[in-house]
Design a protein around this ligand. Structure first.
Ligand code: PNS
Length: 163
């Protein structure tokens, strides 16, 4: 049986933490679908196609990994692609409540879909897309936090000398 896992998120933009989770997810599944939410709650900084292009650049070309945009409920997307596992990263206690609620709601909607939480490398636990956006917006150095392709996209979006 082929085990298909989904790693869903906004990835706006992808960080080194997301790359780490993609690598770790491959220890659990035969195929991994990185599922990029087209319409996250807030207006995204990058359009979904650009987020997928950045993820591709950042995570390489492992044939077990594919990238898809999704709309609507994650549970419905999981049914459509035949996934049985959802991977989410847990960085700190502060992530837990939201993640716990989401896992239980997804179970309510799709009882055979199991949510698995993975912990990123310890030096990446403080990283989030929103902090990366904030640092980039104010002209800070993001290169240690993201793949060079992402750093370039952020530099285009927020030219250093612009206010
Ligand atoms: O990277 P994020 O923003 O934490 O990812 C959140 C995401 C996109 C995985 C989550 O909001 C989601 O699954 N959205 C789709 C709608 C849905 O199914 N929500 C959860 C059950 S209510």
């Amino acid at each position: 049986m082929t085990r298909i896992a989904i790693y869903p998120g906004s990835f706006d933009p992808p960080t080194r933490g997301h790359e780490d989770l993609v690598r770790r997810s491959l220890t659990l599944a035969d195929q991994l679908i990185v599922a990029v939410a087209r319409n996250s709650a807030k207006e995204p900084l990058f359009p979904v196609d650009e987020r997928i292009a950045m993820l591709r650049a950042a995570t390489g070309s492992d044939p077990r990994v594919r990238f898809e945009a999704f709309d609507g409920l994650l549970a419905d997307f999981a049914k459509g692609v035949g996934a049985t596992i959802v991977v989410r990263g847990l960085r700190a206690v502060s992530d837990f409540e939201y993640e716990f609620q989401m896992a239980l709601m997804n179970r309510q909607l799709h009882p055979s879909l199991e949510t698995v939480f993975l912990v990123p490398a310890v030096d990446l636990t403080y990283l989030s897309s929103s902090l990366v956006r904030e640092v980039a917006r104010h002209g800070g150095e993001v290169r240690p936090l993201v793949h060079p392709a992402v750093a370039e996209a952020l530099a285009r979006r927020f030219p250093r000398n612009a206010t």
